[in-house]
Ligand binder design. Structure first.
Ligand SMILES: [Zn+2]
Length: 152
């Protein structure tokens, strides 16, 4: 495992980025490289990770049906360029500039989806309460205008 610290963070531009490169041999898959970077600045907290296979393979689609609790332990190797979708939840994670790659298992993938759902719910709640405040403000102003400045 190689670690490089004190690198420049692409988000906050401080020299607080730590780069870690690791390699792993995955049975029936081959050697993979795991890259991760994390900013140690508490306010920034930028992190991103990706995995790359030593041997480049053609794109393929893998469909897996979870049939028992044991299936949750099935290993998942996902690169930043991969799409994962769970049709039953009508959810998918698409590749993109901030898409992470990781080595996990089915249970870990479901947890990641749960985290995304939780974050989205928080954003929606914040939006809903902001809207609620606006709605409450408007009638108050009207009442003031009617009471104070109505021309005779
Ligand atoms: Zn940073």
């Amino acid at each position: 495992m190689d670690t490089l610290s004190g690198e420049t963070c692409p988000v906050c531009l401080k020299k607080t980025l730590t780069l870690v490169e690791d390699e792993k041999d995955i049975p029936y898959f081959g050697k993979i490289y795991i890259f991760s970077m994390q900013c140690t600045d508490k306010e920034c907290d930028f992190k991103q990770a990706d995995v790359e296979a030593e041997e480049a393979k053609d794109p393929l689609r893998i469909t897996f049906t979870i049939e028992s609790e044991k299936d949750l332990n099935v290993r998942v190797i996902k690169s930043g360029a991969a799409t994962i979708s769970i049709p039953q939840l009508k959810m998918s994670v698409e590749p993109g500039a901030v898409a992470d790659g990781y080595v996990s298992n089915i249970e870990g993938v479901i947890h990641r989806f749960e985290e995304i759902l939780k974050q989205e719910r928080e954003v929606q709640q914040a939006r809903a309460s902001a809207l609620h405040c606006q709605v409450r403000e408007v009638p108050g102003k009207e009442v003031q205008a009617l009471e104070g400045k109505r021309p005779r």
